[in-house]
Ligand binder design. Structure first.
Ligand code: ADP
Ligand code: MG
Length: 685
């Protein structure tokens, strides 16, 4: 199949609809998908029938409501199209009712207290804004997937999609307001856009099978960096090895079939680390597509006898993986509003949005940190690695300069000589190419979008985007209200805007930092500025209990107090479960694999020292025996802490075990070491 035919061939998209649905129904569904009309339930039967016919031509036998519960992964429960007919056979059917709503037994999904088990009902409801698609397995099984939201009996959001959609609504209404204020045409419904760059590691499946830590926890709990790792910078953007390239090419094909616009593929910084980036799309769709991308990466890896590791930190000592969440907004005029504009009016609007974002991020840095909090991500954030746990904004030279000028209210010039003319005296000129690079900032302006780099590689982008939409909506709301009041009291528009920008920049520019985000100086400077530096998930999640945050979520109907609390509860439960699991796994490996190998070797050394009567060897044998003691002490500490099972103590004890084990890995003969080493796993291809 050529790429043109392949692209979207497994998606019930506009092209497919016209073939399987009447014009009227196609038109109605498309307007709902574009957000210009609510769903007309009376078309559901026809749509279901059309979907079924199309799907069965692809060999589909089952359908599923595909949703994103608070586990962080996607969920599906398959139902066959079959129904008994009168003479003992079956007919194939799929009704509008089945398309619109289903009731999976929800009792085992985390609800964080939102739903008692006696009212375990959960409902999935069709989200027509993300098209249905067909998931095919390697042996040709095919399932029709209907993207859905997942709610409790009383409508409580039990998933990640519902708050995302609600936050979009909040943002959209503010964007319309901006558009009106600037007298812009309303050509379409405004929307947020997302282009998530996904990082991942690949390891050989045979080596993976010998690492119980990777299998059970997704990361190595033991292991030392080999002499050669990422210091030559030769892997980043390096030539892609044939086995990897054939994996990547197949991933692209699978994604294209699903209508996912996979665009860029390359080697990343760490050995065995890679990245895939799509062309950006409407945010809800992009979130769904990223979830599918993670599935496809894992499925295709298996075909190549590889395993795709999505964990944030599979290997100590080299870079971890994140998801660069490129976020922007498209206004009702159909234009990207984070692009510095072509004329004075567009630039005034750009500055309004920019300052609103600066305000939003400064006021809600803790909330952003909470939105990306996960046990795996703690190994990246705050661990001397991209990006730091301190949330700050990178603007680049030119915009920072503009913002500095706004502080005094007299911003009239721009650093760049190639800037465009803006006729408004009181606002500065902007060049369109204001993008210098900074890889160390958690939230960087990159020319026509903001890139939130703090999202973990395993995470759903839904939570981070919910927060970005929401805080931006709230910030715009506040600023627009002031602006509208000023105008009502007779102030001239540009003067009112200028004053507002000056006021907000003065209040919030402490969040802007263009320097090296990894440096020690920044940690100190950030502290001086009063910016939060939150190292761990449990600390970060507390933001969800903050009264200001509750008020924010409730005001814009994104999450109720209870719904928000449930995210806090689930986040903490998840964190503790992961730490316990890692601690148990670490203990088991240390005790049953590493300790025996270490004891054998220490004994062997001691025996040899006796046999050859060498003092030097004796000394060495003693050193090794001491390390074995350390390991044993670590093991005992971990056993003790596991009995109490307090996450912090488990983490400390695991570190102690690892320290001794890693030291031993550098000593024990390679052929006696029970786990494949980093060196072996890194040079995959
Ligand atoms: P960079 O190298 O600065 O990260 P790229 O042009 O490679 O920039 O883009 C990275 C990601 O950002 C891609 O997924 C791209 O589609 C996405 N992107 C570009 N423009 C936008 C936008 N307006 N909204 C959201 N994402 C965008
Ligand atoms: Mg990028």
């Amino acid at each position: 199949m050529n790429v043109k035919d392949m692209f979207g061939s497994l998606v019930f998209n506009a092209k497919t609809m016209t073939k399987y649905l009447s014009d009227k129904t196609t038109h109605s569904l498309l307007s709902t998908m574009e957000g210009s009309a609510p769903l007309d339930a009376s078309i559901a039967d026809e749509v279901a029938e059309g979907m079924k016919t199309w799907a069965m031509e692809h060999g589909v036998t089952h359908f599923t409501h595909w949703f994103q519960p608070l586990t962080g992964v996607t969920a599906e429960k398959h139902d066959a199209f079959i129904n008994p007919d009168f003479d003992g056979g079956v007919i194939f059917s799929f009704s509008g009712k089945e398309l619109l709503q289903a009731e999976p037994d929800a009792s085992s999904f985390p609800s964080g207290g939102l739903r008692a088990t006696f009212e375990a009902r959960g409902y999935t409801a069709w989200d027509p804004t993300s098209p249905a698609f067909i998931k095919k397995t390697d042996d040709g099984l095919a399932v029709l997937c209907i993207p859905t939201v997942f709610c409790g009996y009383h409508g409580q959001a039990l998933d990640k999609k519902t708050p995302l959609l609600r936050s979009q609504k909040a943002l959209i209404s503010q964007l319309y307001r901006v558009g009106k204020l600037f007298g812009l045409p309303e050509t379409k419904r405004p929307y947020a856009t997302l282009g998530p760059e996904q990082e991942y590691f690949l390891v050989d499946a045979d080596l993976y099978a010998q690492r119980p830590d990777l299998i059970q926890t997704g990361r190595t709990l033991f292991g030392v960096r080999p002499a050669r790792h990422q210091q030559l910078d030769d892997h980043y953007f390096g030539q892609i090895k044939p086995r990897i390239l054939s994996f990547m090419a197949e991933v692209d094909n699978e994604l294209w079939k699903l209508g996912i616009p996979a665009k860029t593929r390359h080697n990343e910084v760490a050995p065995a680390q890679f990245e895939i980036a799509p062309i950006f799309e409407e945010q809800n769709l992009a979130v769904d597509h990223n979830m599918l991308t993670m599935d496809v990466l894992q499925m295709v890896a298996a075909r190549h006898n590889l395993v795709c590791l999505l964990h944030e930190k599979p290997f100590a000592g080299v870079n971890g993986s994140g998801k660069h969440n490129n976020w922007s907004i498209t206004g009702p005029d159909g234009k990207n509003w984070l692009s510095p504009g072509k004329n004075p009016q567009e630039n005034a609007k750009f500055l309004l949005i920019l300052v609103a974002i600066i305000k939003a991020v400064d006021e809600h840095a803790r909330l952003i940190r909470a939105a990306v909090a996960a046990p795996g991500n703690d190994h990246r954030l705050g661990a001397n690695e991209a990006p730091p746990a301190i949330i700050s904004i990178f603007l680049g030279d030119q915009l920072s300069d503009v913002v500095q000028q706004l502080k005094t209210g007299a911003a009239k010039s721009s650093k760049s000589s190639t800037s465009m003319e803006i006729g408004v005296d009181s606002l500065p000129k902007l060049s369109r190419d204001a993008t210098d690079r900074n890889r160390t900032s958690p939230f960087a302006f990159t020319g026509n979008k903001f890139e939130l780099r703090a999202v973990g590689s395993t995470a759903s982008c839904a939570t981070a985007n919910t927060v970005l939409n929401l805080i931006c909506a709230a910030s715009l709301d506040e600023m627009l209200t002031q602006l509208e009041n000023d105008l009502a009291s007779g102030k001239e528009f540009h003067i009112a805007l200028q004053e507002l920008l000056t006021q907000e920049v003065n209040a919030h520019d402490k969040i802007i930092f263009d320097g090296n985000g990894y440096s020690e100086e920044w940690v100190k400077e950030a502290k001086r500025r009063g910016l939060p530096n939150i190292q761990t998930t449990p600390e970060a999640l507390k933001a969800y209990l903050d009264e200001n945050v509750v008020a924010l979520f409730e005001k814009y109907n994104v999450l109720s107090r209870e719904e928000l609390k449930s995210r806090y509860v689930i986040g903490n439960q998840h964190y503790e479960t992961i730490i316990t699991l890692e601690a148990e796994c670490s203990l088991r490996i240390a005790k049953t694999m590493i300790l025996p190998a270490a004891i054998s070797y220490a004994t062997e050394l001691a025996d040899s020292a006796d046999a050859v009567e060498s003092d030097t060897l004796s000394k060495y044998a003693k050193e090794v025996a001491d390390l074995v003691d350390d390991l044993l002490a670590g093991i005992q500490l971990l056993e003790k802490s596991l009995r109490k099972n307090i996450a912090k103590e488990n983490v400390k004890a695991m570190e102690k075990v690892r320290e001794a084990a890693d030291a031993l890995e550098l000593i024990v003969p390679e052929n006696q070491w029970p786990l494949p080493g980093y060196g072996e796993m890194f040079f995959v291809g």
